[in-house]
Design a protein around this ligand. Sequence first.
Ligand SMILES: Nc1ncnc2c1ncn2[C@@H]1O[C@H](COP(=O)(O)OP(=O)(O)OP(=O)(O)O)[C@@H](O)[C@H]1O
Ligand SMILES: [Mg+2]
Length: 233
Amino acid sequence: MANDLLSVAGLNQFYGESHTLWDIDLVVPEGGCTCLMGRNGVGKTTTLKTIMGLLPAASGAITFDGAGIADWPTERRARGGIGYVPQGREIFPLLSVEENLRIARAAVGRRDIPALVYDLFPVLEEMRHRRGGDLSGGQQQQLAIGRALCLEPSLLMLDEPTEGIQPNIVREIGDIIRRLNREQGLTVLLVEQKLPFARRTADTFAILDRGRSVAAGAMEELGEDLVQKYLTV
Ligand SMILES: Nc1ncnc2c1ncn2[C@@H]1O[C@H](COP(=O)(O)OP(=O)(O)OP(=O)(O)O)[C@@H](O)[C@H]1O
Ligand SMILES: [Mg+2]
């Protein structure tokens, strides 16, 4: 059995008075690809942001690579190896592709762009002088992933990377995630609502429902009962 690179235990989070995450448990085995699933508004994004330290946890443990990181500021989590591709991508639209990448790279004190980024995404090299905002949705998603890779993470968290993206590009993004996971040895925590995509890409799943962890296991064990109960709209 692989060790867990990331584990979350008993995580609680509040937006003001509103209790949003209730004792969330989640593990991401080292070298694996885990898909965090659940309907709209169940707390998937909140979970990733809390893992990243962008939202405060009220209680609970977050363990990454053997260290308790719940008190670490976001920057330290990022430098420590957690890469984050936010929902909606959040690239800088007025900066060039290259500037978007360099800003991320500066967080680890470097100016070069890792070869892997342009190797995985040749279109980013072709368009490196274009403004981020002039790229298509799929290209912006590639930029958001490339930017996360500039920090050379050991864990990559992606929040709905296929949302609002053309079907042919969805396939391409799936291929990239699988390549990063299986060839580059990157551990992946993916939030994804498209079931076929999740099945093709991830090897384990965890389901949230109304802010609670309700099921987890190997992807082959994600049966029709769970799909009906927690995932179909
Ligand atoms: N900034 C905020 N302030 C208050 N409540 C929030 C805030 N952001 C999200 N929420 C609420 O917290 C709950 C969880 O939201 P979250 O965005 O984590 O869900 P999600 O599973 O990522 O949904 P989606 O699939 O639509 O992206 C929802 O009820 C949402 O309305
Ligand atoms: Mg979300």
